[in-house]
Structure formats: structure tokens, C-alpha cells
Design a protein around this ligand. Structure first.
Ligand code: HEC
Ligand code: HEC
Length: 402
């Protein structure tokens, strides 16, 4: 390199330093547009849920909040939704696998912004927030209750409130204390012995419990973080100042996230999720039952009597596009899991659907290596990432928490 080109290089370097503020090159216009779309300010208002006509009813939301934290809503009187979805812990529990009446096989999911999703659970086996809530109530590892026990409990504890919000309660006299389609054999037999009208009445109360809980969960929103303040300043064309300014390392991480490391192909938009299911080669946990992800539950969500096409939906069938047009049998669904939002992620280790990784460093290492999936094919391609680049990605992820 001769003298002149050296001088030119030095000038170019100091010019970029001037423009970027701290030795980083400026973001390109394409990068700036991508970043602007990742800000919480780009999030559209929460759309209505036509399948739940109580979704935005304040009385239903208040009852839902009460039920969410009520341990009376479980077989042993010790478990509430809030046992695993802890209010001061981003509505998750910091454990590799959630523990209710017993230990489950999956990681408890955080709930901010959840009302925006088309499918629920890591594998998306429910298609509405209200039908999701019914699953833990009957899961023997979680609340472990039976359908008639919940109807009796609502009548006993919240009868008046329920009737003010929803409708008159059905006649429950003479119905077994514990009967339901997923209980012990005797409880299933008791359920089968009830008349269809009795079962329908209990099912309706059960669906309403889910609708009240969903109304409450709709209020759980993401809060703006340092990243959002940075993105908004960048979009306005003002220099990010104070805590809105990202460090050189954090900016480098952001650049990798939307560039070379391709994280934003799946973790996209203001919630950092595309709401789809992907096989990312996350290894199974030794000792847990076989978990095939999305492919294993396609039939379950279609057969669920509480799904969008079932008789407990409010409004009309037009709202059921997601269920009707979902992918049903593609090999890509093998060991595919829902892309989680990354907002707040640094504050809720461990990671992945069964808590496979203890730290964000391990997560980044997993993406860099892109190991083969035990079944099906991973969508991740190996990345050449230096130690500095790995640290930068982790530093960026931390700007998504406050
Ligand atoms: C024993 C702990 C535990 C209890 C109790 C529990 N959950 Fe969960 N929750 C989990 C786990 C674990 C998952 C993920 C399970 C899976 O994917 O199979 C989950 C998933 C969810 C999801 C899906 C989130 C998403 O992004 O798809 C919602 C919503 C939810 N729970 C709400 C509730 C409600 C409402 C209740 C009470 C009726 C409840 N949970 C009770 C542990 C629990
Ligand atoms: C092909 C889609 C895809 C790409 C690309 C991708 N992710 Fe993910 N990400 C997922 C899915 C799906 C999961 C959940 C996987 C599971 O639990 O088995 C996940 C989980 C995570 C988690 C754990 C979140 C939690 O709450 O447990 C982090 C952190 C994460 N990804 C960061 C990244 C980073 C950083 C990159 C880029 C290096 C990246 N992801 C690229 C789809 C993707």
C-alpha cells in the first residue's frame, strides 16, 4: 500500500467514525428500515378476537385474572396458572420444565404479547388463547382437575359474577363431583354416563372459563426497552443519546442479527417472531418422552372440540383461516417448534422448548454449530462466528430487556 492510499484509508476510517459516532460504520438504508420495523412502536394495535366475544369485556378480564391466580382451580388446591406463569418473572418460572401437580415435559412460556399469536404452545396444538387455557386445567401434570369439578367450583365461588358476564349457569344438580374426558378411568366413565345435554352445559362453562382467562391475558403486553429507544431515535434521524445509545458491541450484534447471522429471518418484526414453526436442531432431553414438535399435533388441533371450527366459537367461521389453511403434513414440521419472541430473553434462562440451554452463550454456540437434527432437518446453517461476534450477539440480545 503506498502513502496516498494509506492516507485515503485513514481519512475513510475517521469519516466513518465521525458518522457512526463510535467507530462503527453507519447503518445502511436497508438496515435502518429493518431496524425501524423491529421497534415496539411498529407493533399494530392488538386485533379483536371475533371467536371470543368476551375478549375485550372488562368484567370477563377481571374474572379471568382472579381465576388465573386461583389455586382453587386445581385438583390438589395448590396449582394456579400463576404458579408457573409468575407475574414478576415475565409470566414464566425460570425452570427447564414447568412444575404443577408434577413436572411437565416442556419449558413454561412467557406470556407478554401472546394474544397476537395464531397458535399456542411450543408445538401450536391449540388455535386460540381461550382454548389453550383449557389444556393445563385438565392436564394431570398441571392443574389435574376434571371438567365437572370446574363447573361446580365456578358455581360455588363465582356463580353470580359468572352469570352477570356470560349467561345463566346450567343445572348442575346431581352431576358427579369429578367427571371429564381426560380424568382417571372412573372419571371418564362418569363423563360418558352423563347425558349429552349435561355434557354440553359443562363444556359451555368450561369454554367460558377459557374466554375469561384469555380476556385477562390480552392485557399482558411487551414494554419498550433500550433497543426500542435506539431504533426510534435512528428512525427519527436523531443521534441516540443516554440509555438509547447502543455500545459499539451491541450495534455490532444488531448488525449480525439482521445480517450475517440471519437471526431475523425467523426472529422478525417488533415481537422478534414470525409466528411459524421451525426445526432448528435443538437436541432432545435424555429421559423425556419422544417429542416430535409440530408434526405430532396437527391432527390434535384439527380434532379439538374447542377449536375455531367447533361449536364454542363466537362469531362466524371466517375467523378460522389459520386453522383451515395451516400446513398439515410437510416434513418441515418434524421437530418444528414455535419461534419464541426474544423480547426480555436475557432475563429468562434457561432456553428452548425443554430448557436445553442454560445461557445465551450456549444458544449462540448452538446456532453457530448448526448440529444435525435427531429427526427431520434443521433449517440452521453453520456460521463462522469469532468470539467477539458471539459476544456481540449476546450483548445485542440483552438490549431487548430493561
Ligand atoms: C405446570 C406449569 C404450568 C401451569 C400450571 C400452566 N402453564 Fe401455561 N404453560 C406451561 C408450559 C410448560 C407451557 C408450554 C407447554 C407445551 O408447549 O406443551 C405453557 C404454555 C402456555 C401458553 C402458550 C404460550 C405461547 O406462546 O404459545 C399459554 C397462553 C399458557 N401456558 C397459559 C396458561 C394458563 C391460562 C394457565 C392456567 C389455566 C396455565 N398456562 C397453566 C406451564 C404451565
Ligand atoms: C429458522 C428459524 C430461526 C432462526 C434462523 C433463528 N432462530 Fe432462534 N429460535 C427459533 C426457534 C424455532 C426457537 C425455539 C426452538 C426450540 O425450542 O426447539 C428459537 C429459539 C431461540 C432462543 C431461545 C428463546 C427462548 O425463550 O427459549 C434464542 C435466544 C434465539 N432463538 C436466538 C436466535 C439467534 C441469536 C439467532 C441467530 C444466530 C436465531 N435465533 C436464529 C427459530 C430460529
Amino acid at each position: 500500500m503506498n502513502r496516498t492510499s494509506l492516507r485515503r484509508l485513514a481519512m475513510a476510517v475517521s469519516l466513518t467514525a465521525l458518522l457512526g459516532g463510535c467507530g462503527q460504520p453507519e447503518f445502511t438504508d436497508v438496515e435502518k428500515r429493518t431496524i425501524a420495523l423491529m421497534s415496539l412502536s411498529a407493533l399494530a394495535p392488538l386485533p379483536p378476537d371475533p371467536t371470543n366475544r368476551f375478549a375485550d369485556d372488562p368484567g370477563a378480564a377481571a374474572l379471568g385474572a382472579t381465576l388465573f391466580f386461583d389455586t382453587g382451580m386445581s385438583r390438589d388446591g395448590n396449582v394456579a396458572c400463576g404458579t408457573c406463569h409468575k407475574i414478576d418473572r415475565q409470566f414464566q418460572d425460570d425452570l427447564p420444565r414447568g412444575i404443577g401437580v408434577a413436572e411437565t415435559n416442556r419449558r413454561t412460556m412467557p406470556l407478554a404479547g401472546v394474544a397476537r399469536d395464531p397458535f399456542f404452545f411450543w408445538d401450536g396444538r391449540r388455535d386460540s388463547l381461550w382454548s389453550q387455557a383449557l389444556v393445563p386445567l385438565e392436564n394431570p401434570l398441571e392443574h389435574a382437575g376434571t371438567r365437572t369439578s370446574y363447573a361446580h367450583y365456578i358455581k360455588r365461588r363465582f356463580g353470580e359474577r359468572y352469570e352477570r358476564i356470560f349467561r345463566p349457569l346450567p343445572d348442575l344438580t346431581g352431576l358427579p363431583a369429578n367427571a371429564g374426558p381426560f380424568g382417571a378411568p372412573s372419571e371418564r366413565a362418569a363423563w360418558a354416563a352423563m347425558t349429552e345435554k349435561q355434557r354440553d352445559g359443562v363444556d359451555l362453562v368450561f369454554a367460558d372459563i377459557g374466554k375469561a382467562m384469555a380476556a385477562f391475558e390480552r392485557s399482558l403486553v411487551h414494554m419498550p426497552t433500550r433497543f426500542d429507544r435506539f431504533a426510534d431515535a435512528l428512525a427519527r434521524g436523531t443521534a441516540p443519546a443516554g440509555d438509547a445509545a447502543l455500545s459499539e458491541e451491541e450495534e455490532a450484534g444488531l448488525r449480525l442479527f439482521i445480517g450475517k447471522a440471519s437471526c431475523s429471518t425467523c426472529h422478525t418484526g417488533p415481537r422478534f417472531t414470525d409466528n411459524h414453526f421451525h426445526n432448528t436442531g435443538v437436541p432432545p432431553v435424555v429421559g423425556l418422552p419422544v417429542d416430535r414438535g409440530r408434526i405430532a399435533v396437527v391432527d390434535e388441533v384439527r380434532a379439538d372440540p374447542f377449536n375455531c371450527l367447533g361449536k364454542f366459537r363466537d362469531g362466524d367461521e371466517e375467523a378460522c383461516g389459520e386453522l383451515r389453511f395451516m400446513q398439515k403434513s410437510s416434513p418441515e414440521l418434524i421437530r418444528a417448534y414455535k419461534t419464541p419472541s426474544l423480547r426480555g430473553v436475557a432475563g429468562r434462562a434457561p432456553y428452548m422448548h425443554a430448557g436445553q440451554f442454560a445461557t445465551l452463550e450456549q444458544v449462540v454456540d448452538h446456532y453457530a454449530k448448526a448440529a444435525a437434527s435427531i429427526e427431520g432437518e434443521t433449517e440452521i446453517h453453520p456460521l463462522q462466528l469469532s468470539d467477539r461476534e458471539r459476544a456481540a450477539l449476546v450483548a445485542f440480545l440483552k438490549t431487548l430487556s430493561d
